[in-house]
Design a protein around this ligand. Structure first.
Ligand code: SF4
Length: 150
């Protein structure tokens, strides 16, 4: 884990999860696993969120919600697919209305496999996303700097 200067906020979306991975996401935020010790808190507002946590495979119904949430998040942002369903669609990928994993709709930065994904893996995935977010901030800042100096 690198050192990140900000305290990113996370937004959690259940695309079609069985709730197994969702419970583990909540567990990772509780005092037992304590993701908040890194300054990370859960928000319900995509406009305040830096990292999107997606659980469950994506289907025809949830794809629009997922896309809208992602588009409402400020740039730069990062996406973490949590659980094998969000990573690839898992056993549901052949179902008639299932598109597959979250990356069929939004760009995924970190994949956290598992069924369900363990809180330790989720924390590891979110911290990796923090590093990626930091890199994106630096890239964005340098791009702006170049734009203003040309
Ligand atoms: S990976 Fe397992 S626990 Fe998580 S949503 Fe899919 S079936 Fe449920």
């Amino acid at each position: 884990m690198g050192w990140f200067k900000r305290s990113p906020w996370v937004l959690h979306y259940n695309a079609t999860s069985c709730n197994g991975c969702d419970i583990e996401v909540i567990a990772s935020l509780t005092p037992l696993y304590d993701l908040e010790r890194f300054g990370i808190i859960n928000t319900g507002n995509p406009k305040h969120a830096d990292i999107l946590l997606v659980t469950g495979s994506v289907n025809e119904k949830s794809r629009h919600v997922l896309k809208t949430l992602y588009e409402q998040m400020p740039e730069p942002c990062a996406v973490v697919a949590i659980g094998i369903c969000a990573c690839s669609g898992c056993v549901f990928q052949e179902c008639y209305n299932v598109l597959g994993g979250a990356d069929k709709v939004v760009p995924v930065d970190v994949y956290v496999p598992g069924c369900a994904a363990r809180p330790e893996s989720i924390i590891d995935g979110v911290l990796k996303a923090c590093d990626i977010l930091e890199e994106k901030y630096v890239k964005q800042k340098n791009t702006r700097h170049k734009t203003f100096n040309t």
